[in-house]
Ligand binder design. Sequence first.
Ligand code: ADP
Ligand code: MG
Length: 500
Amino acid sequence: MSNYEPVIGLEIHIQLKTKSKLFCASPNSFNVESPNTNICEICTGQPGTLPRLNAEALRKAIMVGLALNCETAKITKFDRKNYFYPDLPKGYQISQFDMPINGKGKVMVGNREIGITRAHLEEDAGKLLHELPGSDLKSSQRSDPRMTYVDFNRAGVPLLEVVTEPDFKSPEEAGLFLRQLRSIVRYLDASMADMEKGHLRVDANVSVRKIGETKLPDYKVEVKNMNSFKAVEAALSYEIERQTELLEKGEKPIDETRGFVDHTKTTVSQRTKEAAHDYRYFPEPDLPPIAITDDFIQELRIALPELPQAKAKRFIKEYDLPESDVWQIVDDKSFANYFENVASELGAWFEADNISVEKYKKSLKSLANWLTGDFLAMLNRDGKTANESGLSPENFAELIKLIEQGVISNTAGKSVLTEMYATGGDPSDIVDRQNLGQVSDEGLIEGVIDKVLAANQEVVEKYKAGKTGVLGALVGEVMKQTDGRANPQLVNEILKTKLD
Ligand code: ADP
Ligand code: MG
């Protein structure tokens, strides 16, 4: 065991989902196939133009802040962050320095509290391209080693930068927080939050100290270029190991920015502290400070939906489901709604038929398994939501009913689900059409069993000699003879009676 522990803090840029950009009316969407189409004088920094704040971006920023229990600023303002970069047309970025829209907050991650330092608004920069987009171009026409191209479609897109305190104690904990954050912003419809598409970009800060030390290390390493949560965790793990090794040798890691290399799962130095920028922040003179009234905050607070954590707590209580299933179900709001719709169908059925609470609970557990297993896999494969699947909650509930009543086996359930997913069909119809119904006719099963026993005399002898383990082989043979449709419980019972 190592005597060292990591200290981790995250900075996350979240692209906000709005119709137009942060300070102009250009569309907030960028299609790489058609660069420089969603731009105007303002987001390309033409002289004499003036920015105007997008109210929707401000609302969404505050709502995310409220969800992270941040204090909303009474007065907020924008500042210029000066630096030169070819995809930054104005030569500065409009950001927020000392009066961010969201101040200190906190969230529970597992059973530990993580501090939020701030969450402020800023504009995104454009993008440099080393290859011309356009599928109509031949590859020789597409790139020229002497050229770099610039696409300003992303310039001015609203970002919310969330900064956490250095409170995480492991890569997994940081990963858990990120998944929670993604879920929250999606619940609020504040961002698509797809990391691979760059809607959510994570910079991970990490240092290592002796266990028992309470002071923060006097250095930190910032890691960039991760395009998935898994990559963030891998980058942090690699850094922790690298820094621990240095410290164990009596060396001190240096303050630097490193880039994650996906195919080697390592990090490489990009720049050291000496090259750090001096941004010369100063208040943006073209945008007045904004006073946020209590009424406005209250209005937004009321508009907050039930958030993932609250929903998870309620599901555990209300449906008596295991926590791991619940987190998978509540991660996506529409999936959670779908679950509740099916559960309510099941509830109505149980009430109408006067079926015991135990059976109802068992059917909910079965529902959770089917939803988070086969169904979720199909949705993920096709990039669809549950509602888009065309499989109605009524039909899903009926499928669970058929399985729970023993009308069809689990195996048959899988093929019914696949067919329902493909055609939106009614499960009972599919069962009839495909002849999948479970056979519970004792006479019929007995007939098959007699044949199987007659054909497998040696196995029967073994059983009678005390090797009761061979029963499984006989059950298997009966199932085979009935195309898997015989009720396995009945098969077992009848077989045992006959043999004993
Ligand atoms: P900077 O001024 O270099 O941007 P900040 O103090 O603003 O540094 O912190 C940036 C991020 O780094 C925050 O997420 C913070 O939690 C994290 N951080 C600060 N100190 C450390 C440290 N010693 N180890 C790991 N992370 C740290
Ligand atoms: Mg910083």
